[in-house]
Design a protein around this ligand. Sequence first.
Ligand code: SAM
Ligand code: SF4
Length: 334
Amino acid sequence: MTTNPPPLLIDRFGRIVNYLRVSITDRCDFRCIYCMSEDMTFLPRGQILTLEEIETVCRAFVGLGVDKIRITGGEPMVRKGAMDLLRKIGRMEGLRELVLTTNGSQLETMAGEMKACGIKRINISLDTLDATLFKQMTRVGDLNTVLRGIDAAMAAGFQRIKLNAVILKNRNHQEIGNLVEFAVAKRIDISFIEEMPLGVVDSHDRAEEYYSSDQIRADLERRFTLLPDTANTGGPSRYFRVAGSDTKVGFISPHSHNFCGDCNRVRLTAEGRLLLCLGNEHSVDLKRVLRGNPNDVGKLKTAIVEAMRIKPEKHEFDLTEKPVIFRHMSATGG
Ligand code: SAM
Ligand code: SF4
């Protein structure tokens, strides 16, 4: 009889950490209004982890029982050498799933190669199907490029493609039904995300434009039948299936339904901070450990195991307060 080895990363609340999300760059070719301010200052090159350092950290985590890694950013595909890194991580023994979140701007040319790196599933952000609104929400993005990217991803044959839409009241909430119809037609999934107060944004008041998952669901139920999906993905999404289709609709609701109880993840920021919670600043500077102890993976692993002691119980998001988290989602590994 084979028995699984005990998990190595457990926090004070008994939660097992087996999922790492990695922001490989804080830079992006879009400037989404909920994620960035118009005028962003990005980190200087020397301050962000090199691709080799990212690979070392990922390998250490896999050695400690992490079996799922999500590559994200910023826009991960704008970092030079990203594909090489994906290939190396995709080959790590013990890793069950390599997944990626992208804005879709590079998919048209890169989807096939990404699939060949071992990426099984991708999330593509899409907040609207209206080209003018898309430009307003991303400030610079081109909707048609992203739509062609989605088609390229479908042609590449990923196991699963999921759209992510952040919904803001009176900006894109009228797009909710159209987005689900699009997902059904393409036979892909979609998740709706409540905006989180990460970093200062200059385009809108987050409390005023808050649109809850319950409102989104009520809007959808006027047009579709949503059947509860019982499969537990171990993540923060609650899923429903659109009746008569293959499409799952997920709701990520940090404000209306706290999802911290079964949190299984930690994040590596672009500058090498291990962040124990999206909505708190508890972190460990892994870049310092790496650069202070080159070639000593043991020290790195010890720092990661010890970090579990400071993983907070839950996030402290409050839309009515000024942001207490000054880092933007792009630097965080959203
Ligand atoms: N650039 C890629 C993209 O847009 O998919 C990956 C990084 S982006 C930070 C990851 C996800 O975070 C996207 O789906 C985006 O919509 C979401 N996001 C960004 N800022 C957010 C915020 N303040 N609240 C909720 N979700 C946010
Ligand atoms: Fe870039 Fe993604 Fe942030 Fe939009 S959400 S600005 S695409 S990192």
